[in-house]
Design a protein around this ligand. Structure first.
Ligand SMILES: [Zn+2]
Length: 455
């Protein structure tokens, strides 16, 4: 269709996107910001792989006929002048680090699709386009909407593109969608830009900052220090199960999504070694598929107790929902025998490899439980168990765990929460996870715990 009509249609479509002004940060221009180093330091520059171009256009403003991809922009104003040549290589490396962060967050290979242009020699100059922001504040702070207006006026396409804009002036770390979507920052580091970029998928950090008592280090909660994306696979990103969706903002916000499906990213491919992984399904992790009072799909009880999907009640007891969704599993412990609540399915394991079972538990009263890994052979006969420490539950949503090495002959593992006999109380279970511990950059090969107690 004619370009003029196409742009009008595109603008109308884009205009219904939610306007998202996330956490505007007042920061002085800091072109060489410090890179995040949690959960471990990023590699040195030469070792960060060059992401490369997913698509190349002769005219970077006209992306309508292309594939979805992010366009990188160096934004300058009269205040500091055009310092493109000074900074272009640095910006390209920050974008490479941003892509590395996404990829290294999990055991899936997944990358940001980047748009380049023909003409300039070399990857960095093809990747980063300069744009003068005519209406930038001189001696003051320039908001993201000013940059968005400028890109619209310069003819940049709202279709198939989001824009990552590095401000060479006093700007804001902000995600903003109106006619087109921009992630801006004047703090030039990969964590901050990755944070704002993820906001463009309409992932909020409200539920992370509103945690009951704990906060997992995640680029959406602490982008200044951390680079990894949703290490529990239950906030907004699960590359292992693309049909799984998660609430992306605080209650009662209804939107559910999975960042791993975003058109700006390549399709995730299993498996390599990254900071986190998970061998459970989204239902086993979050208990979201069933209605309150119902029987929790995928779980089994043996011995002293009975279970149900947690009935309605105080928000703090219905779910560790800031970590996943809004449901949980309630176990009504009975005193006559040891109670064992298990994930029915037994994930496959490799003998000699370490595994770590995590879960969050809380109680309105008091009681003790431990987490158990039961190793089974290929004939489905139990071989041995690895028990975590016996822990006293509290009204906190603490994270408990058990870790063990799959013994010779092990083929599968069953995950259980075990309550010793002689107790009558109720506990609530949520946010389960089973890690394969082959991350070479943490001491036990698994992601770090964010709660207490640990084994
Ligand atoms: Zn934010």
């Amino acid at each position: 269709m004619p370009t003029r009509f196409k742009r009008l249609t595109s603008a109308l479509v884009a205009a219904v996107f939610v306007v998202l002004m996330a956490n505007p940060a007042h920061a002085d221009f800091n072109p060489i910001g410090s890179e995040p180093d949690v959960p471990h330091a990023q590699p040195a520059d030469p070792d960060v792989p060059e992401r490369g171009c997913a698509t190349t256009l002769s005219d970077p403003t006209n992306a309508g006929g292309g594939i979805p991809a992010a366009q990188i922009v160096y934004a300058w104003s009269e205040e500091n002048g055009n310092r493109y040549e000074q900074f272009v290589e640095r910006i390209a490396k920050i974008v490479d680090r941003l892509d590395w962060s996404l990829d290294e967050s999990s055991d899936y290979d997944q990358h940001v699709k980047l748009s380049c242009r023909t003409g300039p020699a070399g990857y960095a100059r093809a990747l980063v386009v300069p744009e003068k922001i005519e209406d930038a504040e001189i001696g003051g702070e320039t908001a993201a909407h000013v940059i968005e207006d400028d890109l619209v006026a310069a003819g940049y396409d709202p279709v198939n593109r989001v824009y990552m804009v590095f401000d060479d002036f006093d700007g804001t770390a902000q995600a903003f969608c109106e006619l087109l979507c921009v992630a801006t920052t004047d703090e030039w580091d990969s964590g901050t830009m990755l944070h704002e970029f993820i906001h463009l998928f309409d992932v909020d950090h409200a539920k992370v900052t509103e945690t009951v008592l704990h906060e997992d280090a995640d680029v959406m909660s602490t982008q200044w220090h951390t680079w990894q994306v949703d290490q529990e696979f239950n906030n907004y990103y699960d590359p292992s199960e693309l049909t799984a969706t998660f609430y992306t903002s605080a209650y009662p916000h209804p939107r559910k999504a999975n960042l791993a499906t975003w058109s700006m990213l390549t399709a995730p491919v299993c498996c390599d070694v990254g900071y986190s992984n998970d061998l459970l399904t989204a239902q086993e992790r979050t208990i979201e598929a069933d209605a309150p009072y119902g029987y929790p799909t995928g779980f089994t009880v043996a011995g002293g107790g009975w279970m149900q999907v947690t009935p309605p009640g105080p928000e703090s007891l219905v779910s560790s929902r800031y970590y996943d969704g809004r449901r949980s599993l309630t176990m009504n412990v009975q005193s006559w025998a040891e109670g064992s609540l298990s994930v029915t399915r037994k994930p496959a394991v490799t003998p000699g490899r370490r595994y770590k079972f995590f879960a969050r538990l809380t109680t309105g009263t008091s009681g003790t439980v431990k987490l158990r890994l039961t190793w089974y052979n290929a004939s489905n006969v139990p071989i041995s168990t690895s028990d975590g420490p016996l822990g006293g539950l509290t009204s906190d949503w603490a994270e408990y765990n058990s870790t063990g090495v799959a013994p010779t002959g092990a083929a599968t593992v069953q995950l259980s929460v075990v309550s010793p006999a002689g107790q009558t109380f109720v506990y609530v279970l949520d946010s389960l996870q089973l890690n394969r511990c082959d991350n070479t950059r943490t001491t036990d090969g698994c992601r770090l715990n964010s709660g207490l107690p640990t084994s």
